[in-house]
Design a protein around this ligand. Sequence first.
Ligand code: ZN
Length: 173
Amino acid sequence: MVITPDTKNWTWVLERPCPECGFDAAATSFDEVPGMLRANADAWQQVLARPDATQRPDGSTWSALEYAAHVRDLCRVYRRRLELMLETDGAEFADWDQDATAVSEGYGKQDPARVAVELAAEAEATALAFAGVEPRQLAHRGLRSDGTGFTVDSLARYFLHDAVHHLWDVRLR
Ligand SMILES: [Zn+2]
């Protein structure tokens, strides 16, 4: 089974509420990000404990396990981006091919219990990193290799939406 890569540019989520998961970046303050990330990580623990966590619902949709492994790595990638932007105002970072990573890292074959532990640790480290940002650093800029520009402030909410949206992806219907 091949998953079609998600090539959409998601930066519009900073401008208006997401019609799918309901995340509203404009209504979310930077200071709320660490707490919301921790709550998100807690919810993933329940998702990964489901008996069908490793099952793909259909041929073109990731399993809950694959989404969780992605969110774990998302935390790591965005923490690194944050570090770069805090060090250097205007830092550049490579775009991340999340679909290639899912295949190369074998997300679907990982152990759900281990992913749960790793996701909790990565989310906590990333929550601490965002919580440690000083107000004067919020305007530090970063540039993704596809030309998309972020500030520390917008990066935090862009990243948080990704985690929230994936929890919506695996909601019980
Ligand atoms: Zn969304």
